[in-house]
Ligand binder design. Structure first.
Ligand code: PXP
Length: 260
């Protein structure tokens, strides 16, 4: 199973100060050396982290394939066509959201999705649709001509967090935080079965299957067991962990400079 590393969160840190440090493009070589298979970035309409200029530099400099997530907004699609990443992943976007909530509604937005797919294909960019693990939606994704579907794992990740971690802040506002453990356990198993059937269905249609959102060092193991999924895109948990795996070295380097 391949790993796409979503490096948006490096740009989130940079944007906290609106300076040039840290530069997400500096992650390209590190991700490759560490065995990452793909660089994933999201060029949001509000440009809250990755900017057009970052995306251009990353696509130009990355030795790994670049998967560029974007909305179906026409202006954004035109930019993506000029950037020419290997793949574009179409995602829903709401300005007020903290992160992508739910999959793209390709039934409601069928015409706009199709027009985005056609434009991207005309520029030789392969298309992935970020969708909920729903059989009908996956059938539609195939009919629209996408090469990939990326299954939204957010629901699974949220239930897992409620059961196994003391994180009371999950990715979405969840109404059923007070559910008894056995009910959460059943819900977790159901969410895995849903992902498994969705992945198998997509694969049986000839689609390539990716998955992502909310995956971390505690919940990824069960997803890896789903054979039809060939790629995971993971961002927040990797960048979050890197703060602590890298902090000791960073403090040592500063201390050495001060001592000199
Ligand atoms: N896949 C898609 C389509 C996404 O929108 C995101 C979030 O940008 C991810 C994967 C990565 O999610 P996370 O940062 O929670 O690992």
């Amino acid at each position: 199973m391949k790993l796409g590393v979503n490096i948006d969160h490096i740009a989130v840190l940079r944007e906290a100060r609106k300076i040039n440090d840290p530069d997400p493009a500096d992650a390209l070589g590190i991700v490759k050396r560490a065995g990452g298979d793909q660089i994933t970035i999201h060029l949001r309409e509000d440009r809250r982290h990755i900017h057009d200029e970052d995306a251009a530099r990353i696509v130009a400099a990355s030795a790994l394939p670049v998967n560029l997530e974007c909305s179906i907004d026409e202006e954004i699609i035109d930019i993506v066509c000029t950037l020419k990443p290997l793949r574009a992943t179409l995602v829903p976007e709401r300005r007020e959201e903290v992160t992508t909530e739910g999959g793209l509604d390709i039934i409601k937005y069928e015409e706009r999705t199709l027009s985005a797919i056609e434009k991207l294909h005309a520029h030789e960019i392969e298309v992935s649709l970020f969708v909920d693990p729903d059989l009908e939606i996956i059938t539609r994704a195939d009919a629209l001509g996408a090469e990939w579907v990326e299954l939204h794992t957010g629901s699974y990740a949220n239930i897992h967090a409620m059961l196994y971690s003391n994180l009371s802040r999950t990715h979405h506002a969840i109404a059923d935080l007070d559910l008894p453990r056995h009910t959460l356990q059943t819900k977790l198993e159901e969410s895995l079965t849903t992902l498994l059937s969705a992945a198998d269905h997509a694969k049986s249609l000839g689609l390539k299957v990716a998955a992502g959102h909310g995956l971390n060092y505690h919940n990824v193991e069960e997803i890896v067991k789903i054979k039809a999924i060939e790629e995971l895109n993971i961002g927040q948990s990797i960048v979050a962990r890197s703060v602590f795996t890298g902090l000791e070295q960073a403090v040592r380097e500063m201390k050495a400079l001060i001592r000199r």
